[in-house]
Structures are given as structure tokens and as C-alpha cells.
Design a protein around this ligand. Structure first.
Ligand code: UDP
Length: 326
């Protein structure tokens, strides 16, 4: 059974393709390689195409007749979204509209969509569960919230069924190090810390040490990418079994500060991580921690690899053996 994977050459998409192939599906990657890597596409056919190109998407549906879609393709950097909101609205929202319209036209009505906890914004002392009001702080979160609404609208009118996953912070790598996290430029905390460990960069700048948290740095809820893609397989089956549209947070409910992550990397690698104290990064929420276990209860999701040492160990193994550098 063919599954169209938009963004299958990216960090999370490539891990999802591996999991799909292992489960007996054929992942068909549709990716413009703007932030993904050709070498990450190892588990099924590859179409180089852009979601803003409606004709290219139509051809992909005609050639492969996918049964369902995992929609990862998106720009996902808060700093970039703050500088260039138009880019986010065009790429993430218009791209998704083209994909969803093509899906409807070709009768492919089951869509698993990558959304984000950034849709919740910065809500002090509010439990972030799936019923929490979404108040994004930046165009990245706003673009994802808009696509969630788009899916609901297309659900009501055209019968699109969707599982929306609101990711918290994804980290780690394939434990077999076949695929992993690699961005250029790198902006995410865990790979930056590991670049510092490896001496690829001088150190890590901690963005803000005056937040109202215990150690003054921002708090995030980290999920292992393997656990995250497990949830996608469960979400896909949920849709194929006709269980209907649903949103799920994907987080563990445990918060780690920036300093916690750096300390964990020091312990796991047994190496130093030089740090510099910097200014706050615009658009960052103080604390994003999931307050829901709906995915555990309803999908039977078991995020058993999502401990900080395990995520760093797997990311570090990948960092040492492979990346997509030509
Ligand atoms: N962060 C940091 N230094 C870096 C990169 C990130 O202090 O070089 C912080 C960032 O401000 C945030 C946390 O680490 O509080 C996680 O950031 P990341 O970009 O990995 O994910 P985000 O939460 O933005 O999705």
C-alpha cells in the first residue's frame, strides 16, 4: 500500500519512511529538498517536487495512487518565521492547501498532519492538552494552526479524515543510525550541543537566562523521534480503521530546561560543552510541556525511548557515524 510522505527527506519524515517500510507500507517521498536530504530517502520512491506546485502534486497522485498521506513538509524555524512570516504562510499554508485539494480530487481522504505545540503559544500555568485554546506566538505556529482549521473545513465539506499530531520537541535519531537529524544551518538545541561536543562549533549560546523558570532557561518536552514516528503508524491505522478525525499531543509531560539538556549531553558523551549566555530568541515560549496523555490512552502509544539520556545517546551515535554531507 503506497503512502504519500510529504517531507520524507527531512528529519522526521525520513524516520517515518523507515517505520512505514518496516510495517509493510511503501512510503512515496514528495520533497523539494529545501531542508531535506536526497540521501535520507532510502525506503521507497522519491519525487522531487514542491507543494506550491499543484501540478507536480497531481502527477504524484496519478503515478502512485497513495491510500493515505503523512504530511510533514513544512518550514519549522521560529527565528525564520519571525523574520519572514510571508514565507511561512506561503510555504506551509498554501503548500498544504494544494496537497489537500489534490488529495480530495484523487479520493485520498486519510491525512496524518504534523502540527506543533507552538500552536498553543505561551500560556502560563495552563495545562496544554488538546482542548487548550491555541494562541500561537509566531507565524510558524499560526501556519500550523491554519492548516489544522483547513483540515477541519475539508473534513466537513469533502470528507477528509485527519489525525493531527501536535509535536513537542523532537530529538534523537534512528537507533540504527540509518537516518538522523541534520539541518543546515542547524538551529535545534540537541544537534547544536552535539556539534559543540564534536568541536564542529565553538560552543552553545543559551538563548535567555532570565526566564521565570528554576534555572532561568526555557523548558521543553522532548520526544524521541522513534517514539514520534510510532505514533504516526498508530495514527495511520486509526484512520484506515475508520476511527475518524482526532488531534493528539505528542509529548511525554516532562519538562527539561536548556541547561538540563546541556548537562545531560555532558554526562552521556563524557565531554565538555562550552556555553555562552545570550539574549532571548524572539518568538520563544517560556515553557512548552504536554499536559495530555490522550495518545497513550486512545492510540495505545508508548513513548518508551523518550528519556533524555536515550535521545542524546542515539543522536550522538548518528552524529558520529553518518550525516548527509556530500
Ligand atoms: N536554544 C538555545 N540555544 C540554541 C538553540 C536553541 O538556547 O543554540 C533553546 C531555544 O531558545 C529553546 C530550546 O533551546 O528554548 C529549544 O529550541 P529548539 O530550536 O531546539 O526547538 P523549538 O523549541 O524552538 O522548537
Amino acid at each position: 500500500m503506497n503512502i504519500l510522505v510529504s517531507g520524507g527527506a527531512g528529519y522526521i519524515g525520513s524516520h517515518a519512511c523507515k517505520a512505514l517500510a518496516q510495517a509493510g507500507f511503501t512510503p512515496v517521498t514528495f520533497d523539494n529538498l529545501s531542508t531535506g536530504w536526497r540521501d535520507a530517502v532510502q525506503f521507497g520512491p522519491f519525487i522531487q517536487g514542491d507543494l506550491t506546485d499543484a501540478e507536480a502534486i497531481g502527477r504524484a497522485f496519478e503515478t502512485y495512487e497513495p491510500k493515505a498521506i503523512l504530511h510533514f513538509a513544512a518550514l519549522s524555524r521560529v527565528d525564520e518565521a519571525m523574520r519572514n512570516p510571508g514565507l511561512y504562510w506561503r510555504n506551509n499554508v498554501l503548500g498544504s492547501l494544494n496537497l489537500i485539494e489534490a488529495a480530495v480530487e484523487h479520493g485520498c481522504l486519510d491525512i496524518v498532519f504534523s502540527s506543533t505545540c507552538a500552536t498553543y503559544g505561551d500560556q502560563d500555568n495552563v495545562i496544554l492538552d488538546e482542548t487548550t485554546q491555541q494562541q500561537p506566538l509566531n507565524a510558524y505556529g499560526a501556519s500550523k494552526q491554519a492548516v489544522e482549521q483547513m483540515l477541519r473545513d475539508f473534513g466537513a465539506t469533502h470528507g477528509v479524515r485527519h489525525v493531527v499530531f501536535r509535536y513537542f520537541n523532537v530529538a534523537g535519531a534512528d537507533p540504527e543510525a540509518q537516518v538522523g537529524e541534520f539541518h543546515r544551518p542547524e538551529t535545534h538545541l540537541v544537534p547544536i550541543v552535539l556539534d559543540a561536543v564534536a568541536g564542529v562549533r565553538d560552543g552553545v549560546t543559551i538563548y535567555g537566562t532570565d526566564y521565570p523558570t528554576e534555572d532561568g532557561t526555557c523548558i521543553r518536552d522532548y520526544v524521541h523521534v522513534s517514539d514520534l514516528v510510532d505514533a504516526h503508524l498508530l495514527g495511520l491505522r486509526w484512520l484506515l480503521e475508520g476511527k475518524g478525525s482526532r488531534a493528539f499531543n505528542l509529548g511525554t509531560g516532562s519538562g527539561f530546561s536548556v541547561r538540563d539538556v546541556i548537562d545531560a549531553a555532558r554526562r552521556v558523551t563524557n565531554m565538555d560543552v562550552p556555553t555562552t549566555l545570550g539574549d532571548r530568541r524572539p518568538g520563544d515560549a517560556i515553557k512548552l510541556v504536554s499536559g495530555s496523555n490522550r495518545a497513550e490512552h486512545e492510540l495505545n502509544w508508548k513513548p518508551c525511548k523518550s528519556t533524555m539520556p536515550q535521545m542524546i545517546e542515539d543522536a550522538w551515535r548518528w552524529h558520529q557515524v553518518a550525516d548527509y554531507r556530500e
